[in-house]
Design a protein around this ligand. Structure first.
Ligand code: PEP
Length: 244
């Protein structure tokens, strides 16, 4: 069903051959080869996958984008313009693993958002609380503080992904009530505070699988899913896309 957006986040998985085989399997499947489906592949494979996806409906995403925009002496960085150049449509920004292992925080994430939009990418800002933050009852404050950069971004199109950290890769899924509460709160916050996006979509991420996709995707204010582990298997990912 058009309207939902499903992005598979491969994280630091695949090799050149398996990445191309996975994309070939998705391209051969009309359920997955759709403009509302995307794959976020490791940076080193994006150029080859961009060539493989040329002229196809399936979209390509980066897992990160540099906070620097101008070409120059930024060893190891990949700019938004480079990602656009090889065919990316989306870039994840502020995934919880980037926040946790690489110390990414709002000032750099704001630059990443702005650079991505300026280059013609649609950034997917990932927000979500840790288990300790949920248990302390402070989860809405945490999420709003992560969303705060949306009050400062240059206007443009972006997507938000709500990913409770305690549900990522753990097999624990937020309840439908918890998902509806947060997605509604995020949309309300955005209406009051965020710079307008052409169309604010809020994806859910955190142990989305073939078995739970349909109920999650039907939940109030859920506009799609960011899928980690299950996106590495074409059959599982297909079932999630089919549920959308
Ligand atoms: C993710 O990394 O964005 C994610 C949601 O992972 P998983 O589906 O494996 O929990």
């Amino acid at each position: 069903m058009a309207g939902k957006l499903i992005i598979g986040n491969w994280k630091m998985n695949t090799r050149a051959q398996s990445a191309q085989s996975l994309v070939a399997a998705l391209l051969a499947d009309p359920v997955c080869n759709q403009p509302w489906v995307g794959v976020a592949a490791p940076a080193v494979y994006l150029a080859a996958l961009g060539a493989q996806l040329a002229g196809q409906a399936l979209q390509l995403s980066a897992q990160d984008v540099s906070s620097f925009s101008a070409d120059g002496a930024f060893t190891g960085e990949v700019s938004a313009a480079m990602l656009r150049d090889v065919g990316c449509r989306y870039a994840l920004v502020g995934h919880s693993e980037r926040r946790q292992y690489f110390g990414e925080a709002n000032p750099a994430l704001l630059s990443k958002m702005n650079n991505a939009m300026a280059a013609g990418l649609v950034p997917v800002l990932c927000v979500g609380e840790t288990l300790a933050e949920r248990e302390s009852g402070q989860y809405l404050e945490v999420i709003f503080s992560q969303l705060a950069i949306l009050a400062e971004v240059s206007a443009g199109e972006y997507v938000i992904a709500y990913e409770p950290v305690w549900a990522i890769g753990t097999g624990k899924v937020a309840s439908l009530e918890q998902i509806a509460e947060i997605h509604t709160a995020i949309k309300t916050w955005c209406l009051q505070n965020a710079k307008p996006s052409a169309n604010i979509r809020v994806l859910y991420g955190g142990s989305v699988k073939a078995e739970n996709a349909e109920s999650i995707l039907k939940t109030e204010n859920v506009d799609g899913a960011l899928v980690g582990g299950a996106s590495l298997d074409a059959g599982s990912f297909r079932m999630i896309c089919q549920a959308a």
